[in-house]
Design a protein around this ligand. Structure first.
Ligand SMILES: *Cc1c(COP(=O)(O)O)cnc(C)c1O
Ligand SMILES: [Zn+2]
Length: 372
C-alpha cells in the first residue's frame, strides 16, 4: 500500500514510514489516502468498523488490532417532539468512540514495528490507546494531569499501561508527552493522522445504517475534533466514490465555558487566541487550544455547517432527557442533544447525533444529577 504523509501547513511530503508526529514546520500531518468502498465485500463481512477494509490504510490483515468493534446501533428518539437519530457510540469496548481511532492508530504502530507508545489524555483517548496497545502487545505510557480524579485512571492502569502524573495544567501534560515523544512513538489522538482514518468509519456506518444514504445534518461534540474531522473524511470518501451526492452539514458543539472554535468561527480572528476556559461538565470537549482548529473551521465552511455552544444547565437538561429514555451516556455526550434542542431546523430533516461516551465512566458526575 502506498501512502503519502503530507504536512497540512507547508505541503511537504514525508517518507511513508515516518514516525514523526508533526512536520518540522510544526504543522499537523495528514494521510494522503483516498479510501475505496467495495459494496460486495461490505455485506460479506461481520458488522464492525473493519468491514470497510478497503477504506482503511493498513496493509496486511495480520497487523489489524481489533476487538471486532463498531457498527454501533442507531436508535430513533424524540427530543422536544422532533425526531433525532442517535448513534450509540457509548457501546464500544472501552466505552467511547475513541476505539475507532485507536484501532487504526495501534494497527499502524504495529505495522511500523513500534514497541512502545506514549499518549496524553485524562480520559477516553487514554483508555482506548491503552486497551489497543495491550491487545497488540505494545508497551504503553499515558501522561495525565496530577489533578485527575483517580477513578478515571483505573481503567487505563488495569489495561496495563503505565500512568505518569504531571503537575499543573492539561497543557503541561501535553508538553510532557511531547518530550517523551522525542524517544518513543507518539500515539496521539490529536496529532497522529491515522487516528482520524479510524474515526471516519463513523460516517460509513451511518451511511449504511440509513440505507446507504447521507443524513442532512450531523451534530458532533467537538474539542480537538477527532470525531468531526473523521466524519468529514468518511463522507468525503463516500462522495468521491460516487456513493452519496452531497456532504451532510456538520454542526460542531462546544461547551459555552470553553469555546475557542466557536469564537474563531464567529469573530474570524486570524490567530487562535487561547480561550479563557472555565469549568464545564462536558470535560471530554473542554479543549482550550485545539491543534487542528484551521482544519475544523474549513470543514464547517465547506459543509455549510455551523458551531453552536451549550451551557452546563442545558447539558444537564439534555442528559436527564437521554437517561429518562433509557440510554446512559456521559455528560459530554449530552451536548449534541442539547444543541439539537436549540437550533431551528425543519423537523423533517434527518439529523444524526452520537452518544460519544458511556455514563458508567463518570459515575461521580452522574451522581450529582440524581439530586442526592
Ligand atoms: C473525545 C470525546 C469527544 C470529542 O472530543 P474531540 O476533542 O473533539 O475529539 C466527545 N465526547 C467524548 C465522550 C469524548 O471522549
Ligand atoms: Zn510542514
Amino acid at each position: 500500500m502506498t501512502l503519502q504523509i503530507v504536512c497540512q501547513a507547508c505541503n511537504m511530503v514525508h517518507r511513508q514510514d515516518t514516525r514523526l508526529w508533526r512536520c518540522g514546520c510544526g504543522g499537523p500531518l495528514d494521510v494522503g489516502f483516498r479510501g475505496t468502498i467495495d459494496m460486495d465485500m461490505i455485506g460479506r463481512r461481520s458488522p464492525g468498523m473493519w468491514r470497510y477494509r478497503e477504506a482503511l490504510p493498513i496493509g496486511a490483515d495480520a497487523r489489524v488490532v481489533s476487538f471486532n468493534e463498531g457498527f454501533t446501533p442507531i436508535v430513533r428518539m424524540q427530543i422536544d417532539g422532533k425526531p433525532l437519530t442517535v448513534k450509540q457510540e457509548n457501546l464500544f469496548p472501552t466505552g467511547s468512540f475513541k476505539d475507532r481511532g485507536a484501532s487504526v492508530l495501534i494497527s499502524r504502530a504495529l505495522e511500523l514495528g513500534v514497541e512502545k507508545v506514549v499518549e496524553d489524555s485524562s480520559g477516553n483517548a487514554g483508555a482506548a490507546v491503552a486497551a489497543y496497545a495491550s491487545r497488540a502487545g505494545i508497551e504503553c505510557e499515558i501522561y495525565v494531569p496530577e489533578s485527575n480524579s483517580p477513578g478515571k485512571l483505573a481503567q487505563i492502569r488495569l489495561y496495563g499501561a503505565k500512568l505518569i502524573r504531571v503537575p499543573g495544567s492539561r497543557e503541561a501534560t501535553a508538553r510532557a508527552a511531547m518530550e517523551a515523544a522525542e524517544h518513543h512513538f507518539y500515539a496521539s489522538h490529536v496529532w497522529n493522522p491515522f487516528f482520524f482514518q479510524g474515526t471516519k468509519t463513523y460516517a460509513f456506518e451511518i451511511w449504511e445504517q440509513l440505507g446507504f444514504k447521507a443524513p442532512d445534518t450531523l451534530i458532533v461534540p467537538t474539542g480537538h475534533g477527532t470525531m468531526l474531522i473523521g466524519a468529514f473524511l468518511g463522507f468525503r470518501d463516500l462522495l468521491e466514490n460516487g456513493l452519496i451526492d452531497r456532504l451532510p452539514r456538520m454542526v460542531a458543539v462546544q461547551a459555552a465555558n470553553c469555546a475557542p472554535l466557536y469564537r474563531m468561527w464567529r469573530d474570524h480572528p486570524a490567530e487562535l487566541s487561547a480561550a479563557p476556559s472555565g469549568d464545564t461538565i462536558a470535560e471530554g470537549i473542554a479543549i482550550a487550544e485545539p491543534a487542528r482548529a484551521p482544519q475544523i473551521l474549513d470543514i464547517i465552511h465547506e459543509t455549510c455547517g455551523r458551531i453552536v455552544t451549550v451551557t452546563d444547565a442545558e447539558i444537564e437538561v439534555a442528559l436527564l432527557d437521554i437517561c429518562k429514555q433509557g440510554l446512559y451516556a456521559e455528560p459530554t455526550s449530552a451536548t449534541a442533544v442539547a444543541a439539537f434542542r436549540k437550533f431551528p431546523e425543519n423537523s423533517d430533516e434527518c439529523v444524526v447525533a452520537p452518544l460519544t461516551g458511556h455514563g458508567l465512566k463518570s459515575t461521580e458526575k452522574m451522581l450529582k444529577l440524581t439530586g442526592d
